[in-house]
Design a protein around this ligand. Sequence first.
Ligand code: 15L
Length: 272
Amino acid sequence: MRALVTGAAGSIGTVVCAGLVDRGYDVVGLDMAAEPEGFTGPWFTADCADPDAVAAVFDESASTGGIDAVVHLASIPHEAALPTILQSHVHTTAVLLDAMLAQQVTRIVFASSNHAVGRTPRADLVRADAPPRPDTFYGVGKVAAEAVLQLYADRYGIDAIATRIGSFLPQPESRRHLSTWLSHDDAVRMVDAALTAADPGFVQIFGISANTRAWWDLTPGRALGYDPQDDAEAFAAQIEAAEESDADRVEAAYVGGPFVTEEFYRPALDRG
Ligand code: 15L
C-alpha cells in the first residue's frame, strides 16, 4: 500500500513514516518543511492547506503508482487563535478529502487529539463515543475536523479513522502520562491497523498504549485491529519516586490535563 503522510517531517510523522516503511508500505511524504535525513520515498514540500499544491501532489503521484490512503498528521500541535486552528486542522482536512475524491482515494487516518474531550472531568473510563468536550480552540479544531470526516464518510463512503492521540512520547514523563502515553511503536501499530482494517467507515479511536491506568477506552481501537503492546506502568516506579506536585494534581482533574487550566484561556481572535 502507498500512503501519503502529511506532517511527515514532524515528531509523529518521522516515527510513523519509518515504521510504515519497516512494515512494507511505500510512503510519500508531504510537509511544509524539507525532507528529513533518511527519508527514502517521494517528498513534496508544500502546505496541505493549499488545494492546488495538494492536487499537484496527487496528480504527480498518480503517474508513479498513485496513492492508496492518506495519513493526515500535519497540524499545529498546540493552542492558537481560532482562525489559525481552523486553517490548520479543518481546512487542511477538507482540502485533502476533496483531493482524495478526485483521485478515488477512499481512506484517511487523521491525527485527532484527546483534547477533543479534554474538558471531561476525570472519573470513569472515557468511551470513544463520549460527546465532544474540547478544552481549547485546539480541541475545537479537532472536533470540527472529525465532523468533516464524518460528513465525507456519510456522503461519499470515505473510510475515515480519527485517532484521538494522548501523549506521544518516547517514554512517559509525568503522572498524567502514566494514563495518556502513546509509545512510538504503538503509534505505528495504530496507524497500520487504521490503514488496513476492513470497511471501518467513520470511526473514532483513542491513541494510547495499553496503559494499566488508561483514562480512555481502547475497545473501538482494538475492534479495528489495534493491538498496543506497551504500558506506561513500566515507568510508574521511576515517575512516582518524585513527590506528587501541584501540577500533577491539577493535571489529574480533567482528562485534557494542563490544557484545561487558565494558562490556556485566550480570546478566539488576535486583534493586533
Ligand atoms: C496533544 O494533542 C498535543 O499536541 C500535545 O502537545 C500534548 O499536549 C498531548 O496532546 C497531551 O495531551 O499530552
